[in-house]
Every structure is written in structure tokens, then in C-alpha cells.
Design a protein around this ligand. Structure first.
Ligand code: NAP
Length: 338
């Protein structure tokens, strides 16, 4: 799902220029937008490169969420896309410029880092803040690719509407699975949560909400081994019992995945240090990566907290780290390419 962002003359549509920027940010979720706000207010004139989905900016995972009830400052909650739009407007108000294009390559060697975008433009910068987030994990079982978008989805908010009065399953036992299961009950006749263990990982409050919902039932100790369907529709899944190993067909008309995320770090493979799961490593408590002048914030470096508010918090830290780095490294440099 892309964000519907009104065009902003003179800012959002500007092409990157040939100069060396002080700060370039990749990623337009809460981490990237907060880093933009802080660096903009520090007069660093940040350029934020936001990825593209359906011709518009991605806005990160919050754009795939409905009510956000735990972002401080919104006592009645706020819709995820609206929260992102507000953050974007706030960053823009202080002079952040946006480039809506995917980054296809980076060169992080030397004092000036360069990014290449999908259209072939090059963007040069003295400091880089990476806020590329994470994407939903897939099951990698037979039928998943064939039926993706035709009954298999990782976004209940985007696709729930298509499952009016149907029986759908949601795979996963975390907060996302509970949230999406509850959301799906607005449309579906029945939602079965399929979880590979006998207890949920989700927070108690989310568990209670799901347990209380009459339209939700739970299939414990079960994993999806195959997704069956024909003519662009899901008809059943093969469930494998994780205790006995037995398999059985389970009829359903849609399958939603909520089994965690994979960090978007392929661009930095070989250039930046990552952990075993691909998350960028930073020199805690700072956001500095192993390459001087390159900072990481948000879900791309955090597999523990992964909240909008913690992502925004690390975005603020990255902005301050970048500002300090620039103050230390560029002010009196005789060969400053400015
Ligand atoms: P998560 O907490 O990592 O949960 C992922 C779930 O998927 C786990 O139950 C896991 O099972 C299961 N899983 C992983 N790989 C699987 C596979 N291959 N097959 C079957 N099941 C698999 O991810 P999340 O639910 O997306 O939440 C991420 C973070 O965001 C968390 O910190 C969460 O609290 C937060 N969040 C908060 C809210 C909210 O407060 N409203 C909403 C959404 C997310 P195991 O339990 O067996 O590992």
C-alpha cells in the first residue's frame, strides 16, 4: 500500500541535485522521518529517499496498520497512514526534501558516500542515515507464491475487505497476528489463528482481546505445510502438527501471514556489519555502523522492540549522531568537497 501524499511544489518532486549533501536518509517510516525532522531543524537540509510502491512513497509498515493506540500524544489513537503523513509534513515544514525512488546501489567507501537510484541518478552525501525497515517474512511452502495476492496476503489492512463472510486463517502468535485477526473479524465470518506452539507470544492485552472475540478460534501446535487452491482462490491448507508430525487438510478461503519480518539490508551486504538475521549492527548506545558517517535506525537495526515509538526514538538518535559526526569531520577539513 502506498501513501496518498499530496504533491508539494518545490519539495517532494525535486530531483536530487549534483552537490554533496550533508545528510541523506533512506527510508520513510517513523525512524527515517524523525531523523529528517531533527536534521532539518539542525539546518542540515536533509534529503530523504523514500522507496516506491504503486507509484507513491511506501511510508513503511505503519501504512499497513489501522489504529495505532500506543503512540504517545494521541489519546484516542490515530490511523497508521495518518500518523506517517503527519510526520512527513512536519519533516517537510522544516526543509526536508524528498526523492521518491528506490535506491539500487550504495558506495560507502571514503568520506563521501554515493547512492544510485532506480532511474540512474547519483546522490552524494557526507553522512547517511539508513532507515530501510523490515519486510514481512514468508512461509516458503508450496502454493504460497502461486496464490500470493489471490487469497494469500501479509496485509490484513490492505486485503481484509476481500474476505467478507469468508473463513480465513492467520499464521503467527505475536501481536501482529492478534491485531490482524481482530481486524479481519470486521469482514470474515471466522478467523482461525494457526500457531506453531501452544502459547502465544503476543502481549497479554492483545491475547485477551483475541480470546474474547467470538469470531476467532485457535489451532495450536500447527504449521502450514502447503497452501491449496485453484482459479486464483485458496481452498485449504495442509496443516502439520508440530508435536506428532501428522498432517491434515484444513478448509479455508484465505491465508494471512503475521510471522515476523526480515530486515531490508541487502543493499548493504558486504559493506556494513550485520547480525545472523541480517539486522544492521550499531555501536550501541549510538546508532553508528562500522562505517564512519553511516548510521542506522528503526527496524533495520532493532529486532527487539520494533515499535513505531522506538523507531522514531532511534531516528532522533541517528540524527543527533549524524549532526555530531558532521561537526567533527567537515567544518575545518581542508579538502572538504563542499
Ligand atoms: P513476532 O512478535 O516476532 O511474532 C512472530 C510470530 O510468528 C511468532 O509467534 C512466531 O512463533 C511466529 N513465526 C515466526 N516464523 C514462523 C514460521 N516460519 N512459521 C510459523 N510461525 C512463525 O512478530 P510480530 O507479531 O510482527 O511483532 C513484532 C513486534 O511488533 C513485537 O515487538 C510486537 O510486540 C510489536 N507489535 C505491537 C503491536 C501492538 O502493540 N499493537 C502490534 C503489532 C506488532 P513463535 O512464537 O513460536 O516464535
Amino acid at each position: 500500500m502506498s501513501l496518498t501524499v499530496p504533491p508539494t511544489p518545490g519539495a517532494a518532486d525535486q530531483a536530487p541535485d549534483a552537490r554533496v549533501h550533508d545528510v541523506v536518509i533512506i527510508g520513510s517510516g517513523p525512524a527515517g522521518l524523525t531523523a529528517a525532522l531533527y536534521t532539518a531543524r539542525a539546518n542540515l537540509e536533509p534529503l530523504l529517499v523514500e522507496g516506491v510502491v504503486d507509484g507513491g512513497p511506501t511510508g513503511g509498515q505503519l501504512t499497513l496498520t489501522t489504529d495505532v493506540e500506543n503512540f504517545p500524544g494521541f489519546p484516542d489513537g490515530i490511523m497508521g497512514p495518518e500518523l506517517i503523513m503527519n510526520m512527513r509534513s512536519q519533516a517537510e515544514r522544516f526543509g526536508t526534501r524528498f526523492v521518491t525512488e528506490d535506491v539500487t546501489a550504495v558506495d560507502l567507501d571514503g568520506p563521501v558516500k554515493t547512492l544510485k537510484t532506480a532511474s540512474g541518478q547519483e546522490i552524494a552525501t557526507r553522512s547517511l542515515i539508513i532507515a530501510t525497515g523490515a519486510k514481512p517474512r514468508r512461509l516458503d511452502v508450496p502454493g504460497e507464491t502461486e496464490l500470493w495476492g489471490s487469497g494469500v496476503s501479509a496485509c490484513a489492512t490492505c486485503d481484509g475487505f476481500f474476505f467478507k463472510d469468508k473463513h480465513v486463517i492467520i499464521v503467527g502468535g505475536g501481536d501482529s497476528a492478534m491485531e490482524e485477526a481482530i481486524f479481519l473479524t470486521k469482514f470474515a465470518a471466522k478467523v482461525s489463528v494457526v500457531h506453531r506452539r501452544s502459547e502465544l507470544r503476543a502481549s497479554k492485552i492483545m491475547q485477551e482481546r483475541a480470546f474474547k472475540n467470538d469470531k476467532i478460534d485457535f489451532v495450536w501446535n500447527a504449521e502450514v505445510a502447503e497452501i491449496k487452491g485453484a482459479d486464483g482462490q485458496v481452498s485449504a491448507v495442509v496443516l502439520r502438527d508440530t508435536v506428532t508430525g501428522e498432517t491434515r487438510d484444513f478448509a479455508c478461503e484465505g491465508l494471512f501471514l503475521a510471522i515476523g519480518h526480515i530486515p531490508n539490508t541487502w543493499l548493504f551486504e558486504g559493506a556494513l556489519e550485520r547480525d545472523g538475521e541480517g539486522y544492521l549492527l550499531v555501536d550501541q548506545p549510538s546508532t553508528a555502523t562500522n562505517v564512519p558517517g553511516v548510521f542506522a535506525c528503526g527496524d533495520v537495526m532493532d529486532q527487539v522492540y520494533r515499535q513505531a515509538i522506538t523507531a522514531a526514538g532511534t531516528g532522533c538518535r541517528a540524527a543527533i549522531d549524524a549532526e555530531r559526526f558532521l561537526a567533527e569531520h567537515t567544518s575545518a577539513a581542508p579538502d572538504d568537497p563542499r
